[in-house]
Design a protein around this ligand. Structure first.
Ligand SMILES: NC(=O)C1=CN([C@@H]2O[C@H](COP(=O)(O)OP(=O)(O)OC[C@H]3O[C@@H](n4cnc5c(N)ncnc54)[C@H](OP(=O)(O)O)[C@@H]3O)[C@@H](O)[C@H]2O)C=CC1
Ligand SMILES: CCCCCC/C=C/C(=O)O
Length: 491
């Protein structure tokens, strides 16, 4: 078993605390590595290294095309090492390798996309209302960005922050989830190998309550980019607003898939089943509510249950596996709690609804793909994010009712609409309060498209060309072209 230290100023560095946390493989339930349990002094060291890189180090002297070139080289190294990185992630979070490997490879697209934007960052020459003056804007990086990331898609969600931030000239201190820290450490080493100067990417591991809080409260941090749960997100938001620094928050969801009578039912069934059960539902954008027009229920429900029953649970490293174990014991307990609520509140269990033994006879925690029908929108199972393989089916009659139910949660991350009626697709996609709407599809994302939440699903967006602005600040420069000083007094 290996001990992993922090990665600070381009090198491995043991935590000042001398303490380590065990990191467990959810499939074997065995500790497979130990990560540094860092404290505020380690955060200080990382921030100091980042500050030096930003203000006086080699990074501060690089041109935008040079930053782009480094991001491209990093993308190459990610692809070359994708198998190793994906296996680390699978070992840590139990998601199937068949999902994590393409996801890790896709990271390269984000790096390349923002590499291409690095040298397109430009201010503007402004028209002014002051004769004899000219004015222009400069787009400048913010400085040190704290990046706090979760366990569900560790490197992808880190890259969504890191690629635009570095393209814009910022530096990073990363706090990965305590459950999935090793991949971020390896990733930072690869960035160093790609040529990023020391201090540009620093990784400090440990607990959210210790490292995360110290980082968000640090006076030199210029922005916090966070993905995770609502409680963590709120804590980060409070800390950042106390210090008046900007945040992006990518939080949870209770995303609906809405199926109308005119839809291609085969497509809708596949979209709904994979939309909730991929990753065992451990996805912020899991399609955890299926809103189905009432006349379709008899036709769709047995087929949804049948398809859910075919999902193969097992060893996440095996190509035969569709869903691995639940990532953590607290998450497993949370899922059981949500299933119990659904039963107590009167939902009807269509399939699943209980833990299943590890198919290989091991100790891993698995939950059967679960579908509840007869769910009403005010039930806890229809309102709370489960972050597990649990689907709530809510019937509706009219388009208006579908829209009302779709918007009837505190969240607004994603939504799927299944219809062949273009008018309906347009009306619904405008009416739904969510950051992403898919029509006759579910869950596609791209580096070219902004992603993020309405309402309690978050603040700000990640992805798309405009998002580089979230890592820049604008400075206006006024030039007096005359030889007199306007507004001076006394004249
Ligand atoms: N939107 C999404 O993609 C995700 C949503 N979730 C939702 O959140 C729930 C809880 O999951 P969990 O992983 O515990 O999510 P958290 O929000 O607790 O964790 C996300 C990250 O934030 C850190 N963190 C936690 N509290 C603070 C804090 N006060 N200040 C700074 N950083 C903090 C965590 O550190 P540490 O891990 O060390 O505690 C982790 O790195 C899930 O059940 C799910 O509903 C979870 C993950 C991703
Ligand atoms: C790959 C499908 C979209 C993912 C959007 C970001 C969330 C990732 C996750 O929850 O794991």
């Amino acid at each position: 078993m290996q001990d992993y230290t922090n990665f600070i100023d381009g090198a491995r560095l043991a935590p000042t605390t001398g303490q380590y946390l065990e990191t467990e493989n959810p499939y074997t339930t065995k500790t497979w590595a130990r990560i540094a349990r860092s404290g505020p002094e380690d955060v200080d060291r990382a921030v100091a290294a980042a500050k030096a890189a930003f203000t006086t180090g080699a990074w501060s002297r690089l041109t935008a095309p040079q930053r782009g070139a480094l991001l491209r080289r990093f993308a190459e190294l990610i692809v070359e090492n994708a198998e190793e990185l994906a296996r680390i992630e699978v070992t840590d979070n139990g998601k199937p390798l068949s999902e994590m490997l393409p996801q890790v490879k896709k990271i390269a697209d984000w790096l390349i996309y923002y590499a291409g934007l690095a040298d397109k960052i430009a201010g503007a020459t402004l028209a002014t209302d002051k004769p004899g003056f000219m004015a222009h804007t400069l787009k400048e990086p913010l400085g040190i960005i704290a990046m706090i990331t979760p366990w569900n898609s560790p490197l992808m969600l880190l890259t969504w922050k890191l690629a635009p931030a570095l393209a814009a000239g910022n530096v990073a201190v990363v706090k990965p989830s305590e459950y999935t820290s090793v991949s971020a450490l390896r990733y930072a080493e690869l960035a160093s190998e790609a040529g990023f100067p020391p201090g540009v990417i620093n990784v400090v591991t440990g607990l959210g309550q210790e490292v995360g809080t110290a980082l968000t409260a640090h006076p030199d941090v210029a922005k916090v980019a966070f993905t995770g749960g609502g409680a963590g997100g709120r804590a980060v938001y409070r800390a950042a607003s106390d210090r008046l620094v900007p945040v992006t928050l990518e939080l949870g969801g209770k995303s609906p898939n809405i199926v109308f009578e005119d839809a291609d039912i085969d497509m809708a069934i596949k979209g709904i089943v994979s939309g909730i059960f991929a990753s065992g539902g451990q996805s912020c954008v899991a399609g955890s509510r299926a809103l189905i027009q009432r006349p379709l229920l008899d036709k769709m429900l047995p087929r949804m249950a049948q398809l859910a029953g075919k999902i193969r649970l097992g060893d996440p490293m095996s190509p035969e596996t569709d869903i691995g174990p639940v990532a953590t014991r607290p998450q497993f307990e949370r899922i059981q709690q949500c299933i119990a609520w659904a039963k107590e509140d009167g939902a009807t269990l269509l399939c699943g609804g209980a833990p299943v033994p590890d198919p290989a006879g091991g100790p891993a925690l698995f939950v059967a793909p679960t579908i509840f029908t007869d769910v009403r929108s005010n039930m806890r199972i229809a309102q709370e994010e489960v972050f597990g393989p649990v689907l709530s089916v809510i019937p509706f009659d009219t388009e208006e009712e579908a829209l009302e139910i779709a918007n009837d949660t505190p969240f607004g991350l994603g939504a799927g609409i299944w219809t062949r009626d273009l008018r309906r697709a347009m009306v619904l996609s405008r009416g739904i309060k969510a950051g992403t709407v898919w029509v006759n599809a579910y869950k596609g994302v791209s580096q070219t498209a902004p992603f993020g939440g309405f309402k309690e699903s978050g603040i700000g967006r990640e992805g798309g060309a405009a998002m580089i602005d979230a890592y820049l600040q604008t400075k206006t420069v006024w030039l007096n072209l005359t030889d007199s000083v306007p507004y001076a007094f006394p004249q």
